[in-house]
Design a protein around this ligand. Structure first.
Ligand code: AMP
Length: 398
């Protein structure tokens, strides 16, 4: 076994996703998820050497305990000897970070400062960093930001039409998220489709529980659908995406909603869940729609309509379209959603190949359209690999 392993940590508010990646081969040595942290029955599920295992934690155990257990596991499996770095997914880097960085005191402070922009995410990411620093004090720790890839957006794309002082004094602007995924799949698309990196127009659609599209020109993000927070843009599992901000005032004045209730409504009770009143899970909704559930069908229709509209809009910053990428749980697996979206975009020259669309599922990559340009392609995302590769590169420079 070579010393080319990176431990990748993605610390959420009640979960911790982890993986050990061998950056030489790109393979996953260990992967797992600690979930329900600080709740009733926290547990760690992991996969090593093809076998799935579970570690039960005690009631209320939170991130620190999960990381301590993970460290014990890594040591027990003898994997610690091969680690060269630890890579952390950090959700919000604000305008501080345009690429991945070695975590220093200054970097930690900047991530803390940016917590006002991502109060649910950055504090959890910081917990992971601090616990990992304590457990692996001799290893370099690297932060990889979800926002960094979108820092190339021009002001006309990232500014809101609000008083300019809100941007200058409070950083209120569009940042965009899923940057690591958009970067990975667009880089893969350049390779697979033999696109000229200096002359390419790609729209990447990351469709999971959270959904966003990015307009990528010559390898750089020039626009994206998420904004100051991951709430803006497309219809998502439980998030509304774009709505008239006037609804906010209506909810407060007429229905007496508090800010907390509005936050909950827009982030947790809307989207596919809100429209269908059934589920936030695309599989459940597709199944129900196929069985005649009208609101499930409506949820799918709205999801696809808004998505196709946003993709078409991105032909403006790109000046056309060479490739449309589908990724994320829905993008990689739902041939139904892809078919609906591509059919809504036929005026751009996209023509679905039904057989290829059916074949590109469950981890299978592939072009799903008949023509070569523009084309639509399914590319399974691999954010962990980007985090591991960036972390290894930074560690090797030290
Ligand atoms: P992610 O956040 O990337 O894990 O994606 C989660 C979403 O992918 C959920 O809405 C799932 O229902 C959806 N998904 C996963 N597999 C399928 C599938 N076979 N068909 C439709 N949607 C799927």
């Amino acid at each position: 076994m070579s010393s080319s392993h990176v431990l990748v940590l993605n610390c959420g508010s009640s979960s911790l996703k982890f993986a050990i990646i061998d950056v030489q081969s790109g393979s996953e040595v260990l992967s797992g998820l600690a979930e329900c942290l600080a709740e009733q029955q926290p547990l760690i599920k992991y996969k090593y050497d093809g076998t799935k295992q579970t570690i039960t934690l005690n009631h209320g155990d939170a991130h620190q305990v999960a990381i301590a257990q993970l460290v014990e596991l890594v040591k027990k499996l003898g994997l610690d000897k091969h680690l060269i770095a630890i890579g952390h997914r950090v959700v919000h880097g604000g305008e501080h970070f345009t690429h991945s960085v070695l975590i220093t005191k200054g970097v930690l402070n900047a991530i803390k400062q940016t917590s006002t922009l991502a109060p649910l995410h950055n504090p959890a990411n910081l917990l992971g960093i601090e616990a990992a620093q304590a457990a692996f004090s001799s290893l370099p720790q690297v932060a990889v930001f979800d926002t960094a890839f979108h820092q190339t957006m021009p002001p006309q794309a990232f500014l809101y039409a609000l008083p300019y002082s809100l941007y200058k004094e409070h950083g209120i602007r569009r940042y965009g998220f899923h940057g690591t995924s958009h970067y990975y799949v667009s880089t893969q698309a350049h390779k697979v489709l033999a696109l000229d990196q200096q002359n390419s127009r790609i729209v990447s659609a990351h469709l999971g529980n959270g959904c966003s599209v990015a307009a990528i020109k010559n390898g750089q993000s020039v626009d994206t659908s998420m904004g100051l927070t991951p709430l803006e843009g497309l219809v998502m599992g439980t998030r509304s995406g774009d709505i008239d901000p006037g609804i906010f005032t209506f909810l407060v004045n007429q229905l007496k909603y508090s800010p907390t209730q509005i936050d909950l409504l827009l982030n947790k009770q809307s989207g596919l869940q809100g429209i269908s009143e059934l589920s936030n899970d695309c599989r459940t909704i597709e199944e129900a729609a196929a069985n005649g559930h009208e609101q499930a069908q409506l949820a799918l229709d709205i999801f696809c309509y808004r998505l196709a509209k946003q993709i078409a809009a991105f032909a403006v910053p790109l000046g056309g379209l060479d490739a449309l990428i589908f990724t994320g749980g829905i993008g990689e697996n739902s041939n139904t959603i892809r078919a609906k979206v591509v059919s809504g975009l036929s005026f751009l020259g996209l023509q679905l190949d039904d057989d290829k669309n059916l074949a590109a599922r469950f981890g299978q990559q592939g072009v799903i359209t008949t023509s070569s340009k523009p084309c639509a392609i399914v590319i399974p995302t691999n954010e962990e690999l980007v985090i591991a590769t960036d972390s290894a590169a930074i560690a090797q420079e030290l």
